[in-house]
Design a protein around this ligand. Sequence first.
Ligand SMILES: [Zn+2]
Length: 230
Amino acid sequence: MRPVDKGIQPYDKISDYNEAKPYLRERLGDYCSYCEFPIVHIPEVEHKESKSKGGEWLEWKNLLLSCKYCNTRKGTVIKAGDHDKWLWPDEHNTFLAFRYDNGMPSVNEEFLQSLQDGSLDKAKNVFRALKLGTIPKVPYDDCRYMKRMEVFNMAQDDLEVWKRHQNDDNEDWLNQMLKKAKLAGFFSVWMTVFQGETLVQQKLIEVFTGTDKKSFNQNGEPVLRNGNFL
Ligand SMILES: [Zn+2]
């Protein structure tokens, strides 16, 4: 899950949470904050603590962007006060919390267990509630899987081309690929496929609007954000 940097609250006062949407889109790009789906139509403003269960309606710190799939699945399970039972992409290095081997998300159990700070349970809560690992029987019941696998295959093809030509003067090709990746979404899939390819990873962190730079070192490797914590 891509860690994001929303920055400080960009408004003094709003009267409808949808007024926050342009700011969220500008800061985070048009991606679902949870599944990383590129939202080509209209992203939904997501309340981390559900607005119908006491969560803040208008506070910047309670807002993210979400696709229809994730918003529907999360529903109202997080009520006011439940904030600390989850990991949040705008607060934690969620890239370390999940793996994307072969394009499929899973909880990074071994790593989170080693932290011994409750992150493992929080990551499991997120994964379960959002049904991030769903493989739908009918593809159009949940397009997140199909779209993510398309992007995974695309990224793998690009990795092959990159490996063959990375020593050539291929800046144009790299820029084209980055544009495509930005449109295709699923940052974590690209980062995983290009693991170890420092230049590409650095560029991916740059081009995906809103990616939290504190969550990665100069080589594009994920790092703990707050000392020993995610
Ligand atoms: Zn989503």
